[in-house]
Design a protein around this ligand. Structure first.
Ligand SMILES: Nc1ncnc2c1ncn2[C@@H]1O[C@H](COP(=O)(O)OP(=O)(O)OP(=O)(O)O)[C@@H](O)[C@H]1O
Ligand SMILES: [Mg+2]
Length: 264
């Protein structure tokens, strides 16, 4: 069965999309069949992998809409290839704003993404969901559909502001719709020369110990460049520091997941 991972933080611009693509591509490189879901109406993940608004075909908005207006759907047509083998994507589009508003009026809407993902639960080793910067209904649906949530957190002063509210949302989801949801923190955009970065990382290590990945993602401008190329970082520049770090993260995640699966 697929291990489903949401990448979420209601704070904007903290590397959610970058982490979804880079981690997903490194998992695929290690032989895992990996599906990325763009669950943000901004569609940055789709755009970064070369899927534009005017690309033909249906999106995650259409998939969710079937719960409001039932109709026949060819589910596999939602899935598009990327430049990498074993890495596929379901794109999003701006209509997801409207679908979010309409679906949230439906009782039990929290489970709707989970129902959509059930179509492929044996086809992938990992399904990664790129969340929007909010704690609204889309995020609640993503957390309900997931085994774990990875929270990217910038190693900056004030970065942890908002974390309490996000963890309260995780607790609420555990209580109401997904009792087994795990959460992990990932330190990102770390600059070793900067004393504030070092101090924030130490605090995160003290406060979250086992929940914090030992892999830390540093600042690497190649991550900004690769977006324009439509390629994930490990394909765009296999030797750059961010590639090495996201590869380590993929390995760390795999070990965590295998540990849980063996214990079950
Ligand atoms: N480690 C890094 N080093 C340098 N730049 C980075 C790094 N990680 C991400 N970025 C850049 O930071 C910007 C924000 O990243 P990204 O779009 O992944 O954030 P996000 O959390 O998905 O944003 P949003 O909340 O809008 O969805 C992008 O320009 C991205 O290329
Ligand atoms: Mg994003």
């Amino acid at each position: 069965m697929s291990h489903v991972v949401a990448i979420s933080n209601q704070k904007g611009g903290v590397a959610k999309t970058t982490t979804t693509i880079s981690l997903g591509a490194c998992l695929a490189e290690r032989g895992n069949r990996t599906l990325l879901i763009d669950f943000d109406p901004q569609s940055n993940l789709s755009l970064s992998l070369g899927h534009h608004d005017d690309s033909p075909g249906e999106t995650i908005s259409d998939a969710l809409e079937t719960s409001l207006n039932p109709r026949k759907m060819v589910w596999d047509e939602l899935i598009r290839p990327t430049s990498m083998e074993k890495l596929e994507i379901i794109p999003s589009d701006p209509r997801l704003w409207t679908v979010e508003r309409l679906i949230s009026e439906k009782q039990g809407y929290e489970h709707e993404l989970k129902h959509v993902l059930e179509h492929w639960q044996n086809n992938y080793d990992y399904i990664l969901i790129d969340c929007s910067p909010s704690l609204g209904p889309l995020t609640v649906m993503a957390l309900t559909a997931s085994n774990r949530v990875i929270i990217p957190i910038q190693t900056e002063f004030l970065a942890a502001v908002g974390l309490v509210r996000l963890l309260e949302t995780v607790d609420a989801v555990r209580e109401h719709t997904n009792a087994n949801l795990e959460f992990d923190l990932l330190a990102v955009m770390y600059d070793q020369r900067n004393s504030i970065c070092r101090a924030v990382l130490t605090k995160l290590q003290e406060n979250f110990s086992a929940r914090l990945y030992s892999t830390v993602i540093g600042v690497d401008t190649r991550l900004k460049e690769c977006v324009a190329s439509g390629q994930p970082i490990n394909q765009y520049d296999p030797r750059t520091r961010a590639t090495q770090q996201y590869r380590k993260l993929a390995e760390e995640l795999e070990l965590k997941v295998k540990g849980i699966q063996e214990a079950e």
